[in-house]
Design a protein. Structure first.
Length: 384
């Protein structure tokens, strides 16, 4: 009887803690999605096998690697959120999809780092996925914040910036905790360049070499191309790096194969539109002057302070609630790229129950954990 009451309560808040029943299995979904991906890009099979091993080894990595599955489960696990106002959303948002870059003035900026899965979807997708990732990061002893607190501060930050039309995160004179992450020991320039120059040499296709060379500053010499393994969700896509020397220092650019967002994949019609460019152009954001999508490739600058920030780099002594609040605010910055939906989102939020975000995140966490356990017992998890 207690279990039945719990399930009824969860459904009334827009989420069900029952394991999904109608969706295909995680193994079938993974096989089908990866076959579709092979039709979009030239997949690096060795990287795909590495992705499978990572997925089996960590629940947090599994979440980051399986947005295609998240988009498949969303309607079933969170039925009351499927009709929430739609806007340009990041999609595969998580606590490690944030980083820094330098703007045209050389100033350090913090915000969302990856835009592979941008599409038009319910605004709640980003919020629920962000809190779900915090739940998994906490359970793996990587993020000192409980689920209820994470949901509270993410939503507080989101509402605050949505109401005031947002503000870019400039780290030069403010945001001390974010600045400490950006300038931490793990991002030491000597260590960064040693690691980047030690990558396995590779020979990109001629057109990719031209893209990378064109993005490098004039006068760059001794350019070396290599293959880079990074991220989780994008593992398997070709990713090349060009490192050279310019005026006595190193410079680098990366090119990663672009593919449509997996948001539309469960319906068999992933969108071909470059939603990421629209989001970057319209959101409240200080631009990265070296980020571009060209000829089917995402090209960006790599540097000691230009890239993703992992949970391991979060300041040890600072209150993690402040960082999660910042992430909620930055999510609002992204969603303001669809300004005509601001009033609709605020109205929708005002009508929802107090714990809707926590309930939905816990429901998606439960469904994802069930998937992870199934995946770990499959042959795919062996990565062979």
């Amino acid at each position: 009887m207690a279990k039945a009451k719990k399930e009824k309560s969860d459904r009334s808040s827009g989420a069900s803690l029952l394991a999904p029943t109608s969706a295909a299995s995680i193994v079938a979904a993974t096989v089908d999605y990866e076959q579709w991906l092979r039709e979009q890009v030239h997949v690096v099979e060795a990287d795909l096998r590495l992705k499978h091993r990572d997925m089996a080894g960590s629940l947090f990595a599994f979440l980051r690697a399986t947005f295609y599955r998240w988009s498949q489960l969303w309607k079933e696990v969170c039925p009351d959120l499927t009709d929430a106002p739609r806007l340009l959303a990041v999609g595969d948002l998580d606590v490690e999809n944030f980083g820094t870059w330098r703007d045209a003035e050389g100033r350090l900026v913090w915000g969302v780092n990856d835009f592979d899965e941008v599409a038009e979807m319910p605004y709640a997708v980003d919020l629920v996925r962000l809190v779900t990732s915090a739940i998994f990061a906490e359970r793996e002893n990587r993020l000192a914040i409980d689920a209820a607190s994470a949901a509270t501060v993410v939503l507080e930050g989101y509402l605050e910036f949505l109401q005031v039309d947002g503000k870019p995160f400039m780290l030069e004179e403010s945001h001390a905790a974010l600045r400490e992450m950006a300038l931490g020991a793990e991002r030491d320039p000597v260590r960064f360049w040693q690691k980047l120059r030690a990558l396995q040499p590779a020979t990109p296709p001629k057109r990719i070499q031209r893209l990378l060379r064109k993005s490098l500053p004039d006068g760059t010499e001794t350019i070396v191309f290599s293959h880079r393994i990074a991220g989780e969700g994008s593992l398997g896509r070709p990713r090349y790096v060009a490192v050279g020397s310019c005026n006595g220092g190193f410079v680098a650019r990366e090119a990663k194969a672009w593919a449509p967002s997996a948001w539309g994949w469960p319906k068999g019609r992933p969108k071909e539109h470059a939603y990421s460019l629209r989001l970057l152009k319209r959101s409240v954001r200080q631009p990265d002057p070296y980020y571009a999508v060209e000829d089917g490739w995402v090209v960006r600058r790599l540097g000691p302070h230009c890239g993703r920030i992992g949970v391991a780099q979060f300041p040890k002594r600072d209150d993690k609630r402040l960082i999660l609040r910042d992430m909620g605010q930055e999510t609002a910055n992204m969603h303001l790229a669809t300004p005509d939906q601001k009033a609709n989102v605020l109205s929708d939020l005002s009508a929802r129950k107090r714990d809707w975000l926590l309930d939905a995140a816990q429901a998606m966490a439960h469904a994802t954990r069930e998937d992870w356990q199934s995946f770990r017992s499959s042959k795919l998890a062996e990565g062979t």
